[in-house]
Design a protein around this ligand. Structure first.
Ligand SMILES: [Zn+2]
Ligand SMILES: [Zn+2]
Ligand SMILES: [Zn+2]
Ligand SMILES: [Zn+2]
Length: 312
């Protein structure tokens, strides 16, 4: 690997850090620090690339006695040896590069996904955690799936990889059957994807332990951002023997993890006794018929208003 171009300017050029510091606060634009010592082909962004992991370096930026820089994550991994010159690394900060890093505006890391924004280093990190263009996590529950992507990608991933049932239309009628309803360990969880209004929705059904009692829960998540999820509503209904439970709500965005939605009880919750009652028969088998509907809300003025008990 050609690493020479990534040397920290301060000591590779024999100038100590204090001097660089003063230059930085002089009236000259700080990029001038580099113009005399680094070929124009080397951009400041390249200087800020960690030679080990190639990620952008954020303060604290470290350097060895010979001026080779590396990021703080890599520093903890290299056992006090400079990866470039193999000399002892010590504990030297590269303040000059840190100052440059803090002053630079960089494109959001999701620019290739459509985000047009630029930010200084620190606001960039904050923005990226919330960027509307950031990829979504796979909404599949019940396994640690680390796949991320945009909605069309995740829809094919759910269908092809997780073998999830896909339905078209805004009404549904599902039967959930489980042979041993007493068992909540290894929770029953099922996911069905609905395609309607040009959007995708995930219907989750699962069993979990609520306090000491096992319960069943069904809820819908919207495959898209929270703002857009507010344009839709859904209802769920389960029942038998002239009793029924109904739920009406707004689908949560898949930005909220499946677990977060479940733990906030934002859906149709069926106590086990009720579930067994709805199942009829000898209580040896769980047989629930869940029907539901998704509809589009009229655009109204309070669309942006936070629902009090769901905002934390
Ligand atoms: Zn690194
Ligand atoms: Zn070195
Ligand atoms: Zn962004
Ligand atoms: Zn997945």
């Amino acid at each position: 690997m050609e690493l020479d171009s990534i040397e920290c300017v301060s000591s590779s050029d024999g100038i100590d850090e204090e001097e660089i510091h003063q230059h930085h606060f002089s009236s000259k634009p700080h990029t001038n620090i580099f113009s005399s010592v680094i070929s124009p082909a080397t951009s400041v962004h390249e200087l800020l690339e960690c030679p080990v992991c190639t990620n952008s370096m954020y303060p604290p930026i470290h350097q060895c006695h010979n001026g080779h820089t590396l990021c703080s994550t890599c520093k903890t991994r290299v056992h006090n040896r400079c990866p470039t010159c193999r000399q002892e690394l010590g504990d030297i900060r590269c303040l000059a590069l840190e100052k440059v890093a803090e002053s630079l505006e960089l494109p959001c890391k999701y620019c290739s996904l459509g985000c047009p924004e630029n930010f200084p280093y620190y606001s960039k990190l904050k923005h990226e955690a919330q960027c509307n263009f950031r990829p979504y996590n796979c909404p599949y529950a019940g396994s640690e799936c680390s796949v991320v992507g945009d909605i069309p990608f995740l829809v094919s991933h759910l269908r092809d990889y997780h073998k999830v049932d896909m339905h078209t239309g805004c009404t549904f009628n599902h039967r959930y059957v489980k042979s041993n309803p007493r068992e909540v360990e290894n929770a029953t969880w099922m996911l069905t994807v609905f395609n309607c209004f040009g959007q995708y929705f995930c219907l989750h059904f699962e069993a979990f332990q609520l306090g000491v009692a096992p319960v069943y829960m069904a809820f819908l998540r919207f495959m898209g951002d929270e703002n857009d999820s507010r344009n839709y509503s859904y209802s769920l209904e389960v029942g038998a023997n002239d009793r029924k439970l109904t739920w009406e709500g707004t689908p949560r965005s898949i930005r909220d993890s499946h677990r977060k939605v479940r733990d906030s009880h934002d859906g149709l919750i069926i106590q086990r006794n009720m579930a067994l009652f709805f199942s009829g028969g000898d209580r040896k088998e769980l047989k629930l018929r869940v029907t539901g509907r998704i509809w589009k809300e009229q655009q109204n003025s309070d669309a942006g208003v936070c629902i009090p008990n769901l905002c934390s």
